[in-house]
Write a protein that binds this ligand. Structure first.
Ligand code: AMP
Length: 190
């Protein structure tokens, strides 16, 4: 299995790039944000539990998130590899992922980060909020809170993956196609 973690701040383009990369490398795309939103929309038990966190732009607690993620992975026992989009977002999640993958004889092959300036990303999210229907994209205060969550809880993952020699960063500013080329250059070298 070639498991890739797509890393980056909210609005960096992870979801957009995942759509291309999953086709190109025949990977299973798991977006934790998408799974949570599906559950919110369908008012499931998980949806009820994660709503308050998502609406505020806070991270959903690790235990709930990791349980959901492992259930998603287990739906694809024959996959070629997983493209993780939006997970892990805390050190505890990264450790849980490493432990789980090791238990099935696999591992994270690489973490690829899409880098972009905060101000560009905030503007992008506010623009996306006009059409996405996402409450967390419509209010600048909630968006800023998501960046604070990122800086406090997610940014330490850079060091976590660097220590394993698995962290790669690409410039996330450019056309969709240019960025796909940059990401592919990293993946092709693995
Ligand atoms: P995203 O679509 O990746 O921006 O995620 C939207 C929201 O879902 C986040 O602001 C969090 O509330 C929640 N979420 C998604 N992935 C995670 C995760 N790995 N850990 C905690 N919360 C998450």
């Amino acid at each position: 299995m070639t498991n890739i973690v797509l890393f980056g701040k909210p609005g960096a383009g992870k979801g957009t790039q995942a759509e291309f990369l999953k086709e190109k490398y025949h990977l299973t795309h798991i977006s934790t944000g998408d799974v949570f939103r599906y559950n919110l929309k369908n008012d499931t038990e998980l949806g009820k539990q994660c709503k308050v966190f998502m609406d505020a732009g806070d991270l959903v607690p690790d235990e709930l998130t990791t349980k959901m993620l492992l259930e998603e992975i287990n739906k694809h026992p024959d996959t070629n590899g997983i493209l993780f989009d939006g997970y892990p977002r805390t050190i505890s999640q990264a450790q849980a992922l490493d432990t789980f993958l090791a238990s099935i004889g696999s591992q994270v092959a690489a973490t690829v980060a899409l880098e972009a300036d905060d101000e560009i990303l905030v503007a992008r999210l506010l623009e996306r909020g006009k059409t996405s229907g996402r409450i967390d994209d419509q209010d600048e205060e909630k968006i800023r809170n998501r960046y604070q969550e990122y800086n406090e809880k997610t940014a330490p993952l850079i060091g976590y993956y660097q220590a394993q020699n698995k962290f790669h960063a690409v410039n996330g500013i450019g056309t969709i196609q240019e960025i796909t080329v940059r990401l592919s250059a990293v993946i092709d070298n693995l």
